[in-house]
Design a protein around this ligand. Structure first.
Ligand code: GLU
Length: 426
């Protein structure tokens, strides 16, 4: 298999996330004159596993789901990355997400390689029991590659702490003893960490505050717009409001709500808990996900899926700052538009790295069987996020490049150094 960006561009692969990930890698490799051997090495996932997951549905019929786990690079440590359950999961998407995890762990300097997993399913149409059977069978199919020193999954789109608990239990039952360090994002009662649930959003808000400071934006006068109201989006909206920002619009997969005077996010969270969506929230106008992205604001937080900001809509985006709580929301074409317009983009591999950073704290606590307070977790997270922001910002200033390219320079440098010093086996 020869992977070239060109070969993936053919046909409908235009918005293939893996194409995007390879384009980003090519751009940084050219910019930093990366050793061509290292560049070639890093284009390919180290290993990928595709499994069929036979599951008895509640109605007695059997359905076979497809599941994937990809390890991109283990040069800097064990494989780390979430598992997503979504109808649009594909092997190429999981490959891209695994590669982004390699860069993300390197940007924030935590000792992991990059991985990702996914199951093609629609959790909204499955009962809790069906989800449990999918999760336990998927875990058992992957068991040979999982383990605290091998591969440590975590939550991602439409997976949560309950699913992590089933992974931990299935793995532990097969071992014959409890192995909390095999997965992160678990409930606190079985070795989860304080602060992990809010970590992705909290880390994102820390770097937004750093960027505001650089740009001279006063958070108490800032307007924020958030696309996506899952774990990252809903908590980011709440934390931004706590920082004094006016959150004028939020959305979920069913649509968005907008009030130029500001939404009461706590109430929106309550409303969504009751109705299953933000749509219809009293005192707000409805707005589509597409129109929401184009609202004027100081910070736009895409917190849903890939490819929502493209070459098409980027020229109409009026945000002064974009903070990617989601993975891969902005295409390389859109990046070009923002570079020309001077709009700062805090890239996913920096902006949403708070999640995996507190996953790292959780894993360390599990291995040591010694747990930290929420205050300690948040202050260690803040230290890592502000340090990483400062490092990326100084590369961006020095090399006069956008923040994404600067973050890639930092990450690629660290991964390349690890690969070089380890050498190519045999
Ligand atoms: N799924 C999250 C991400 O994309 C978290 C990964 C982890 O904690 O391992 O960063």
């Amino acid at each position: 298999m020869t992977i070239t960006t060109e070969s993936l561009k053919a046909g409908t692969a235009q918005l293939n996330p893996y194409t995007m990930a390879l384009q980003q890698l090519d751009e940084v490799a050219n910019h930093m004159h990366l050793d061509p051997n290292i560049h070639e090495y890093l284009k390919y996932p180290k290993r990928e596993i595709t499994v069929s997951i036979p599951v008895l549905l509640d109605n007695g019929s059997l359905k076979v789901f497809q599941g994937y786990r990809v390890h991109h690079s283990l040069a800097r440590g064990p494989a780390k990355g979430g598992i997503r359950y979504h109808p649009n999961v594909s092997l190429d998407e999981v490959r891209a997400l695994a590669m982004w995890m390699t860069w993300k762990c390197a940007v924030v300097g935590i000792p992991y390689g990059g991985a990702k997993g996914g199951v093609v399913c629609n959790p909204k149409e499955l009962s809790l029991k069906e989800l449990e059977r999918i999760t336990r069978r998927f875990t058992s199919e992957l068991i040979v590659i999982l383990g605290p020193e091998k591969d440590i999954p975590a939550p991602d789109v439409y997976t949560d702490s309950q699913i992590m608990a089933w992974i931990m239990d299935t793995y532990s039952m097969n071992k014959g003893y409890s192995v909390p360090g095999v997965v992160t994002g678990k409930p606190i009662s079985i070795g989860g960490s304080e602060g992990r649930n809010e970590a992705t959003a909290r880390g994102c808000v820390y770097v937004i505050m750093e960027a505001f400071q650089k740009k001279g934006v006063d958070p108490s006068k800032a307007v924020a717009v958030v696309q996506g109201f899952g774990n990252a989006g809903s908590i980011a909206a709440q934390l931004l409001q706590k920082e004094g920002c006016t959150v004028t619009a939020v959305s979920d997969s069913k649509g968005g709500i907008h009030n130029p005077k500001g939404l009461d996010i706590e109430k929106v969270v309550e409303y969504k808990k009751k109705t299953g969506t933000v749509v219809g929230f009293p005192g707000a106008d409805s707005i589509s996900n597409e129109d929401l992205l184009e609202l004027p604001c100081d910070v736009l937080v895409p917190a849903a899926l890939e490819n929502v900001i493209t070459g098409k809509n980027a020229p109409r985006i009026k945000a002064k700052l974009i903070a990617e709580a989601a993975n891969g929301p902005t295409t390389p074409e859109a990046d070009k538009v923002f570079k020309d317009k001077g709009i700062m983009v805090l890239p996913d591999i920096l902006a949403n790295a708070g999640g995996v950073t507190v996953s790292y704290f959780e894993w360390v606590q599990d291995i040591q069987a010694f747990f930290w307070s929420e205050g300690e977790i948040n202050s260690k997270l803040k230290q890592i996020m502000t340090r990483s922001f400062a490092q990326v910002y100084s590369i961006a200033e020095r090399e006069k490049v956008p923040m994404r390219l600067a973050a890639y320079v930092l990450a690629l440098g660290r991964v390349a150094e690890a690969l070089t010093v380890r050498g190519i086996y045999p």
